[in-house]
Design a protein. Structure first.
Length: 351
């Protein structure tokens, strides 16, 4: 996909984000919700990495932990060579202009008491010593860049449509010329007719400004349109990380295969992928399975899957998968689908 070697702008290694559980009268620490449990990936300069998975898998938590909106429990997050996870408050504040976020709900992320000009200029007030005239000039430039009429500068968020409010959020994120932007489901709260406009705007801005995106979404068709590579998450861990075209043509991980089987094929001349219906419910992130997180629902699970957690390893050029199927080509013991019959020992325990 890249003709020349490209440097990594973002390098995430073994990122963990645990939320403590306190119970009882004395509020004792009795466990943790493992929202993100050992995630590693890189994002190259100028690239868009799509992060997909079902609700509750930890996608948004990854994005917020990357920017230190949450304090990571463990792991490192290198952005432009600096470990964000270990910076002190003053160093982190100086780093903020280079990394920004576009939030999911544009109405909730904008202050209803501030005008459009005040919202977009707020980062400039916080991080620069520019005079009022220069800040206003920058606000008008950003409004032009995201397709907002300059006459709207003194209007309030409630006077705009959902798509316009998201454009305000994008303009605010661009105010300090960031290198890296986390887009946390930026189109989820928008009408279908507006979603394509916002995604096209993000692509245009990326081309013009050389931006790097982490694009978090559950809309697989939109991720297919905008992403260069795609990471598939399940229960706090990455199941597969592959280039977009290869992933959609032939997913390797059983969960990615099931997830992508739900995507409609845009070309009617191509055969539709067989729909895979997973059995059972998603386990709780407070009590994940002992082995692979997906083993309780995986139709291809075998004995080792219930005992060990697979690591994310490269199995094809540019493709990483966390699955023992690609390490053990012929598993010795096949358990089959979770709902299928299984062998039992004399005590009635499943083998």
């Amino acid at each position: 996909m890249f003709d020349q070697p490209v440097n990594n702008l973002v390098e995430v290694s073994d990122l963990k984000m645990y939320f403590p559980i306190y119970t009882g009268i004395f509020r004792r620490h009795t466990g943790d919700v493992k929202a993100v449990d050992g995630v590693s990936f890189n994002i190259r300069e100028g690239e868009t990495l799509g992060l997909v998975g079902e609700s509750g898998c930890g996608k948004s938590t990854v994005g917020r932990a990357l920017l230190r909106l949450y304090e990571p429990t463990a792991g490192s997050v290198m952005i432009s060579g600096e470990n964000i996870a270990t910076l002190d408050s003053e160093a982190l504040r100086k780093k903020r202009p280079t990394m920004q976020m576009v939030f999911q709900d544009p109405q909730a992320s904008l202050n209803p008491r501030m005008t459009l000009a005040d919202i977009i200029s707020e980062p400039l007030i916080e991080h620069t010593d520019w005079p009022v005239e220069r800040r206003l000039e920058r606000v008008l430039e950003l409004m032009d860049a995201v397709g907002l009429n300059r006459r709207f500068a003194n209007r309030f968020p409630h006077e705009f449509s959902g798509g316009q409010r998201q454009r305000i959020g994008i303009a605010r994120a661009l105010a300090l010329n960031p290198k890296f932007i986390v887009c946390d489901e930026p189109i989820a709260a928008l009408d279908v007719s507006i979603q394509a406009q916002v995604v096209n705007l993000l692509e245009d801005l990326q081309t013009r400004l050389g931006l790097t995106y982490l694009f978090i979404s559950h809309d697989l068709s939109m991720v297919r349109h905008i992403a260069d590579r795609v990471a598939v998450m399940y229960l706090g861990r990455i199941a597969e990380l592959s280039p977009r075209d290869e992933l959609f043509a032939k997913p390797l991980h059983p969960y990615a295969e099931a997830l992508l089987s739900a995507v409609n094929e845009p070309d009617p001349n191509r055969a539709r992928r067989e729909r895979i219906i997973l059995q059972g419910d998603v386990p709780s992130p407070a009590n994940p399975p002992k082995g692979c997180n997906f083993c309780t629902r995986c139709p291809k699970a075998f004995a080792r899957c219930h005992q060990e957690k697979p690591e994310l390893v490269e199995v094809e050029p540019g493709r990483q998968v966390a699955c023992f199927l690609y390490e053990d080509k012929k598993p010795a013991v096949s358990i089959g689908r979770p709902e299928a019959k299984t062998e039992h020992n004399q005590q009635g325990e499943t083998l």
